[in-house]
Design a protein around this ligand. Structure first.
Ligand code: SF4
Length: 108
């Protein structure tokens, strides 16, 4: 019997922050701890993408918090494209401006 190679999929929390404050969510709870939380740089994200690539992960979910809180979300999408990941963005949709819309449409 053929064995399934794992992992095929990874959840990647690219930011702990969110613009909303849902009472049940840990992302909202991070709001008062901003100065203590280190956010991954683009280089660090690229390095993690390299590691996921080496593991032959096929699909990733870019998550938070709210991924569009990051000013460099488009660059992160370009990095995911560079690694040829099949990915989606788990978003509340409230921070998607025209530039981001265009990039998202290009992904479809
Ligand atoms: S990450 Fe989602 S659930 Fe959490 S505060 Fe933001 S919108 Fe609400």
């Amino acid at each position: 019997m053929k064995k399934c190679r794992l992992p095929l999929y990874a959840d990647f929390l690219i930011t702990p922050f969110c613009n909303l404050e849902c009472s049940f969510c840990s992302a909202a709870a991070t709001k008062n701890k901003l100065s203590k939380i280190k956010v991954l740089t683009l280089d660090e994200i690229d390095n993690i993408f390299n590691q996921l690539d080496e593991l032959e992960v096929l699909k990733i979910s870019l998550e938070g918090g709210e991924p569009f809180c990051r000013d460099d979300i488009i660059e992160i999408m370009h990095l995911a494209d560079k690694h040829d990941f099949n990915y989606y963005i788990n978003t509340n949709g409230t921070l998607i401006d025209e530039k981001k819309q265009k990039k998202l449409v290009k992904q479809m």
